[in-house]
Ligand binder design. Sequence first.
Ligand code: UAG
Ligand code: ATP
Ligand code: API
Ligand code: MG
Length: 481
Amino acid sequence: MKLKELLKNITVLAIKGSDDVEVTGVNIDSRRIKEGHLFVAMKGTQVDGHKFIPKAVELGAKAVLCEVIPEQTEENVTYVQVADTEDVVGIVATTFHGNPSTKLKLVGVTGTNGKTTIATLLYNMFSKMGHKCGLLSTVCNYIVDETVPADHTTPDPIALNELLHRMVDAGCEYAFMECSSHAIAQKRIGGLTFAGGLFTNLTRDHLDYHKTFENYRNAKKAFFDMLPKTAFAITNADDKNGMVMVQNTKATVKTYSTRSVADFKARIIECHFEGMYLEVNGREVGVQFIGKFNVSNLLAVYGAAVMLGKKPEDVLVAMSTLHSVSGRLEPIHSPEGYTAIVDYAHTPDALENVLNAIHEVLDGKGEVITVCGAGGNRDKGKRPLMAQEAVKQSDRVIITSDNPRFEEPQDIINDMLAGLNAQQMKKVIAITDRREAIRTACMMAKKGDVILIAGKGHENYQEIKGVKHHFDDHEVVRECF
Ligand SMILES: CC(=O)N[C@H]1[C@@H](OP(=O)(O)OP(=O)(O)OC[C@H]2O[C@@H](n3ccc(=O)[nH]c3=O)[C@H](O)[C@@H]2O)O[C@H](CO)[C@@H](O)[C@@H]1O[C@H](C)C(=O)N[C@@H](C)C(=O)N[C@H](CCC(=O)O)C(=O)O
Ligand SMILES: Nc1ncnc2c1ncn2[C@@H]1O[C@H](COP(=O)(O)OP(=O)(O)OP(=O)(O)O)[C@@H](O)[C@H]1O
Ligand SMILES: N[C@H](CCC[C@H](N)C(=O)O)C(=O)O
Ligand SMILES: [Mg+2]
């Protein structure tokens, strides 16, 4: 594609060189530059990408998009100046890939918890209904049946548009994606056309990055602000911030609720460890999920499917066949008659909800042993709160390591323990080694008990000092059995 074509949807402040050159790719990382690429220099959280302009040119970049044109420039390279590269990178990337989001129906999910669950269930449901679909999620990306490993919840704008392009080429009619607050704030989703947006809930997380809860909320809200008039915005009326999210959106607003009047409404008729009976907008349906929060997740899925034009009765039939998503409230039954539940709860709110869900089903008939930790080099403020939530609803708690990253595991554990008083400490032990912690829980458990192993869900590694060591909660549980 010609550079001038790529620039037609953005405001250019200055240009040095010809815009009639052929561009063979767009990249934000100098290390990935190939002959003929356009290099976009981004000011990051660690380094300023402008520093790598010479490197990018050396590797074959024919054009550079930047905020400041370097003093030393090369003859055969075109330098384009814009006010803010973050504002335009998504637009340029999506233009290069032929605006893939306009060629399928793209639905984004945002909120603190439930994004992976909802996006994955939508992908599973629409695939079962016979459509070719794509999925971009924390666990894995899918182009119809082809898997593409995910290293972010929302990929960077280059990878994101490449994936959407591949989905269009593969004939996808729908794509479902998670929109993390980081991705919205960093405008990784800039330039995309969404058919719909969903909001799950908002509780504390990622304050290391966003600094204040208000910034975090505004990042989520910015997603709804960017939706076009043709889109739908489905929000959770049960969440305090549900209506705030959609207050400035141009999209058609719909609500879901398990408590009050809403466009999409549900209540639990019955629940057990295998699943629940629900009433959804006046119709009954059996689902293979437990937990009130999953009723909310399923309502969001139901609402999106209906807004995408599906008949409510067909949606409910498809919904009754869906299973839990990897590492989300995933039960593993032991030969001794107790149940281990692997779950990705890594925020205070998620822990509270998961433990609620377990108690709804357990109904006082067994004890709950929780094994949990907190990630290193991420939001430290949530650590004591997570320990408190674990203690509140468990009979025994084993505090252990999650992904320590570059922190000392014991320091993270101490931050968690600092949230507890002497009385609470009586039911807590700390075991740094996660494998040992899970083993100990299995030794403590008796018939009818539940062990909650929280925080890592689908992750099959433990990240220690920049190295990902193989570690899988499911595998360790099965070893113990
Ligand atoms: C804090 C954060 O979000 N950082 C993301 C951000 O990187 P950054 O701003 O720190 O970039 P940087 O390292 O300062 O580099 C600046 C620029 O120079 C470029 N560079 C750098 C080095 C070099 O040799 N050459 C070069 O060109 C980089 O490609 C970049 O464009 O932009 C990068 C490209 O999009 C991301 O890969 C990176 O994710 C880091 C690795 C990360 O850990 N992010 C996590 C926190 C994250 O994004 N999580 C969310 C939410 C999780 C959830 O709620 O589920 C997610 O969506 O996954
Ligand atoms: N609607 C919900 N409300 C509260 N907690 C939830 C909800 N849905 C899921 N959870 C809990 O949060 C955990 C993470 O769920 P999920 O992976 O779907 O969220 P996510 O928003 O994708 O998280 P991430 O930000 O890490 O991508 C689950 O394992 C479960 O414990
Ligand atoms: N086991 C995890 C969960 C991380 C969730 C992630 N989406 C984030 O906080 O970026 C950890 O804290 O390492
Ligand atoms: Mg996710």
